[in-house]
Write a protein that binds this ligand. Structure first.
Ligand SMILES: *[C@@H]1O[C@H](CO)[C@@H](O)[C@H](O)[C@H]1NC(C)=O
Ligand SMILES: *[C@@H]1O[C@H](CO)[C@@H](O)[C@H](O)[C@H]1NC(C)=O
Ligand SMILES: *[C@@H]1O[C@H](CO)[C@@H](O)[C@H](O)[C@H]1NC(C)=O
Ligand SMILES: *[C@@H]1O[C@H](CO)[C@@H](O)[C@H](O)[C@H]1NC(C)=O
Ligand SMILES: *[C@@H]1O[C@H](CO)[C@@H](O)[C@H](O)[C@H]1NC(C)=O
Ligand SMILES: *[C@@H]1O[C@H](CO)[C@@H](O)[C@H](O)[C@H]1NC(C)=O
Ligand SMILES: *[C@@H]1O[C@H](CO)[C@@H](O)[C@H](O)[C@H]1NC(C)=O
Length: 392
């Protein structure tokens, strides 16, 4: 964590000099503990993908899709911008992938989840071997792995008749989670590839968001969790709404910061509205102490800090990206709740069990994805303040 120290220092400076009466960010120590617990606990494919994204946004922001400087990233990463922890996840994924398998993780059961690591793998491809840079070297194992993953999503995975890629490998079933896992990878692939085919991929990522919204959105603006297939989850799962909003946000920013943004204005306008739809429907349901409930509109469910962190991160981002600060106060209250909910070891407390979706974590159980959401929240909060100071 030597390289991250500069970033952490500037975070601290920012926190301590935030205007009086304004919600402060999390402390240096807290963030560093949360990061350590994240790296210890993330293991499932989507947890690794979400961890890689959170680490990129917080510690290596110039390489994240939220900054124009990421399009394209430098082909050589120096020691102060090494993305070492992100590339370690990519490298380990590519190294352990069986060679006959198209997805980045074998036998996952989910179509979308392995693809979530794809953005980190693409960064590995772009920066592999320095001088060869983005080159087409068939000897670049990261390109090969990313290309195979894309091929699987586009040509092998089950789909609905109208082209929505299934979230599951064994049947056509759509989960809101998918929107965070696959479309951001497809869009980033397109942005790095460029040209007509790159533009096509960015439009394809947008199209997946559109199809998923058609299938999952209710009149309230909230999304149901799972539809089609052998079982459904019609509840407005808070984390699922967070996955959808945060996934569309990454697609939005990938398109908007790519060098083909001028050809994608209709797509970016739609994505902006679709994200606002979710956050507009979410925050009126926030509880007195700042928390959201695991099922957003069901008071018989329970307080869930993970989704509160994720949806607050989207809200800070939208406050400066779309100039929509309607829900800033709600995000500030969420940030205060999250700060209170992190224990001395850096575990986020009061999380939903991410493997059942429907029960709270108890005892020694924690949420790896919740750990990542805290880092997403901190980086969104920081970037909101940088934007206020016109330094973003
Ligand atoms: C912040 O974190 C960095 C890296 O862990 C550390 O070097 C620095 O001393 C910390 N600063 C404070 C004030 O705790
Ligand atoms: C970690 O993930 C691997 C592969 O998905 C799985 O086989 C293993 O059981 C997991 N380990 C734990 C501790 O969950
Ligand atoms: C490292 O690379 C980044 C991005 O290319 C650049 O902005 C920065 O100045 C470089 N730092 C050093 C120490 O060379
Ligand atoms: C890229 O160059 C740096 C500095 O020379 C070196 O440390 C690093 O290992 C190189 N990366 C690859 C993938 O060859
Ligand atoms: C790789 O080569 C193919 C065919 O020559 C080309 O279409 C593609 O854009 C290249 N990809 C990169 C990343 O340069
Ligand atoms: C969300 O709420 C804001 C503020 O009231 C409003 O400007 C915007 O049009 C709403 N967007 C959607 C999609 O509901
Ligand atoms: C916040 O309030 C809810 C009740 O709405 C409660 O269940 C939860 O435990 C509270 N959280 C904290 C951290 O106090």
């Amino acid at each position: 964590m030597v390289a991250g120290a500069t970033v952490l220092r500037s975070l601290l400076t920012l926190a301590s000099s935030a205007p009086a009466g304004v919600q402060a960010g999390l402390s240096n120590d807290t963030i560093s503990n949360v990061r350590s617990r994240l790296l210890e606990s993330a293991n499932a494919s989507w947890e690794l993908g979400t961890a890689a994204e959170a680490l990129t946004e917080l510690y290596w922001p110039s390489l994240s899709v939220f900054r124009p400087s990421a399009f394209p990233p430098p082909t050589t990463l120096n020691s102060s911008d090494s993305a070492s922890d992100v590339l370690a996840i990519a490298r380990n994924t590519v190294r352990t992938r069986p060679s006959q398998v198209l997805p980045l993780v074998a036998d996952d059961g989910a179509v979308g989840d392995p693809a979530s690591i794809g953005v980190a793998v693409l960064l590995g491809a772009w920066t592999y071997g320095n001088s060869s840079g983005s080159g087409n070297a068939s000897s670049n194992p990261f390109w090969e792995a990313a290309g195979n993953q894309l091929d699987y999503l586009l040509h092998v995975a089950p789909q609905t008749n109208d082209g929505a890629i299934s979230h599951r490998t064994d049947q056509v079933q759509l989960w809101s989670d998918f929107v965070y896992m696959a479309p951001p990878f497809i869009a980033y692939f397109g942005a790095l590839q460029g040209g007509e085919s790159g533009l096509g991929l960015m439009q394809y990522a947008y199209q997946q968001c559109k199809l998923y919204r058609n299938y999952l959105k209710d009149d309230s603006g909230l999304w149901r969790h799972v539809t089609l297939g052998s079982w459904q989850d019609d509840t407005h799962w808070a984390t699922g709404n967070g996955w959808a909003a945060a996934g569309m946000l990454r697609v939005l920013e990938t398109l908007a910061n790519s060098d083909q943004a001028d050809s994608l204005t209709e797509e970016t306008n739609d994505l902006t509205i679709w994200i606002q739809e979710i956050i507009n429907a979410t925050w009126p349901l926030q509880k007195e102490n700042g928390t959201l409930y695991n099922i957003l509109d069901d008071d018989s469910s329970f307080a869930d800090s993970s989704s509160t962190a994720l949806l607050a991160s989207v809200t800070y981002r939208m406050a400066y990206i779309a100039g929509d600060d309607t829900h800033l106060n709600a995000a500030n209250r969420a940030m205060a709740l999250i700060e209170k909910s992190i224990d001395d070891d850096g575990w986020l407390q009061n999380t939903v069990n991410p493997y059942t979706f429907s029960s709270p974590n108890t005892g020694e159980n924690h949420s790896p994805e919740g750990q990542a959401f805290v880092l997403l929240l901190q980086s969104a909060w920081r970037d909101y303040w940088l934007a206020q100071r016109k330094s973003l």
